[in-house]
Ligand binder design. Sequence first.
Ligand SMILES: [Zn+2]
Length: 214
Amino acid sequence: MKLSKNFSLKELTTSQTAERKGINNNPNEDQITGLQNLCENILQPIRDHYAKPVTVSSGFRSPNLCVAIGSSVNSQHAKGQAADFEIFGIPNAELAKWIVENLGPDVPLHFSAFHPDWKMRDIEYTPHSTLNRSREIALGNGIRNVYLGNVHDKSRSSTYCHKCGELLIGRDWYELSEWHLDTSGCCVSCGTACTGFLEKSPGTWGAKRLPVSL
Ligand SMILES: [Zn+2]
């Protein structure tokens, strides 16, 4: 099944971990709609512009897969709204600039650290300083919400109001702390809307162990 001109459902749902552990990673109809929107509005325009393969390393993640890889079951990946990708040879700065100019400053961008695991133990961890530098470049190019992943760095993993700078959602890995949004998802200090699919209240987030049914 095609999600857009150059992206297939298989590309957005394939997971080595799911295959290795026999986890069902098939999305439902709503999640497929999320993936179609993601491909049509974000990935396909990037693919068309650079005319190079956009390699998706992780797209949809079923709740069981989220648990298996230590990710939150509330992750946007679990709703078909996020993908990890790389375009070989395109610097982060250039991609960030293009996203702002063509897709808008509200597209959130995450820089996640690689960690050596299973069959790729010969590759080093991404240095924290590299993530910091990538984030600074993206912010400098106008992207409003830029986050670090797979590292403990609360100040660089939290959400801030792009208008007044107020900390809106405090975040350290999967732990949420502060929540300074009103029930309509706006900054409590200045009323500016925070872009995203936001719940009315924080919910019961945080790192926890859950059983995986295989
Ligand atoms: Zn504000």
